[in-house]
Design a protein. Structure first.
Ligand code: AMP
Length: 207
């Protein structure tokens, strides 16, 4: 399976690149932000509780998002792989994702981080807020709060994957297509290395 964690602050381009990646690699897109907004739209109890935090730019509790990912994995057992967008956002979420993936005899293939400076993020999100209907994109103070939450609570997740030699960073400023090609290069190199490992293991068994 190919399981990609697409990482980066709000406004880095994760959603845009996810759409292109799912088409190229036939992956299931799991965005915890989208899953939470769908709960809000359905008016569920979980959605109501999450909305208050989301509107303030704060993180929803780990157990809520982990539970959502768990049920998505359980209902997509035939998927060729997943692209995780906006998850994991804390180290406990990353640890839980590893444990969940192990249940399916798989794991995170690599994390790709899109790096974008704060002023660019603020201007991108304010622009998106004109059409997205997202309250959290319409107020500069809330946007800056989300970036601060990213820097204080989420950025350390990069270290979690770096320790597993799975971390790759890219400049997230540039043409969408150029950034997409750079992401594909990382994924294709990962897949080539995995295929080579499998071939060597098969040769060893035969020898
Ligand atoms: P996003 O669409 O990824 O920008 O997420 C929108 C909001 O949903 C965030 O500001 C958080 O309030 C909440 N959220 C999304 N994903 C997570 C997550 N993995 N952990 C905690 N909160 C999340």
């Amino acid at each position: 399976m190919l399981n990609i964690v697409l990482f980066g602050p709000p406004g880095a381009g994760k959603g845009t690149q996810s759409q292109k990646l799912i088409a190229r690699y036939n992956l299931v897109h799991l965005s915890t932000g989208d899953l939470l907004r769908s709960q809000i739209a359905q008016g569920t109890e979980l959605g109501l509780r999450a909305k208050k935090l989301m509107d303030e730019g704060l993180l929803v509790p780990d157990e809520v998002v982990i539970g959502m990912i768990e049920s998505q994995l359980a209902s997509n057992t035939t998927a060729a792989g997943f692209i995780f967008d906006g998850f994991p956002r804390t180290v406990p979420q990353a640890e839980s994702l590893d444990a969940l993936m192990q249940r399916y005899d798989t794991g995170v293939s690599c994390m790709i981080a899109l790096e974008v400076a704060e002023e660019e993020l603020v201007s991108r999100l304010l622009e998106r807020g004109k059409t997205s209907n997202r309250i959290d994109d319409q107020d500069e103070a809330k946007i800056r709060k989300r970036v601060t939450v990213y820097n204080t609570e989420t950025a350390q997740v990069a270290g979690f994957y770096a320790a597993q030699q799975k971390f790759h960073a890219l400049n997230g400023i540039g043409a969408i297509e150029d950034i997409f090609q750079q992401i594909c290069t990382i994924i294709d190199q990962h897949q080539a290395a995995t295929t080579e490992d499998t071939r060597q293991a098969t040769d060893e068994v035969k020898a």
